[in-house]
Design a protein around this ligand. Structure first.
Ligand code: ADP
Length: 146
């Protein structure tokens, strides 16, 4: 259902932001904008937009499309940061299957913003943001730092 998929994608984006940010902050913003209904279309709909902004490593310009391909890890030390390279591919296919998308803006060395957009046909926007609270577990393991 929509809330659990939304949560799955949100957790992937937030997890990445935390993983690839060594200093600064990670901010999550949830908003929405109306989709202008076509004269022949159904009732006006909302586009839910969930953005995760970080002040982390950033992604080189030429790699911003590739990171959505399965098993692609572009950050130099991505292996040290764990992961499979599958999260974004899965997140984007979930979003696209629901008529939305996951997109990225980034500045190398300064940070990235990933945005999940999801069209909501008839449910009022307010209804959809009533999600269970997101819990983020941060585990620090300095002994493994190299
Ligand atoms: P994983 O995180 O398991 O490596 P993902 O598919 O979630 O796989 O991400 C693919 C790659 O995209 C990551 O390995 C990393 O190189 C890059 N990436 C994803 N999110 C970020 C981010 N917030 N900041 C910098 N690089 C990122």
């Amino acid at each position: 259902n929509t809330p659990s998929r939304l949560r799955q994608v949100a957790m992937n984006l937030i997890g990445n932001a935390v993983k690839f940010t060594d200093s600064g902050e990670v901010a999550v913003h949830i908003g929405g904008r109306p989709i202008i209904a076509s004269p022949h279309g159904p009732a006006p709909a909302w586009m839910l937009e969930l953005s995760v902004r970080d002040t982390g490593l950033g992604i080189p310009e030429g790699e911003r499309d590739r990171i959505f391909e399965p098993f692609v890890q572009v950050t130099l030390d991505a292996p040290r940061r764990e992961g499979t390279g599958l999260g974004l591919a899965i997140s984007r296919s979930i979003a696209r299957a629901m008529g939305g998308d996951v997109t990225v803006r980034s500045e190398l060395g300064r940070g990235s913003t990933f945005t999940l957009s999801l069209p909501l046909s008839i449910e009022p926007f307010e209804h959809v943001v009533e999600l269970p609270p997101l819990r983020v577990l941060l585990v620090d393991d300095p002994a493994r730092a190299r």
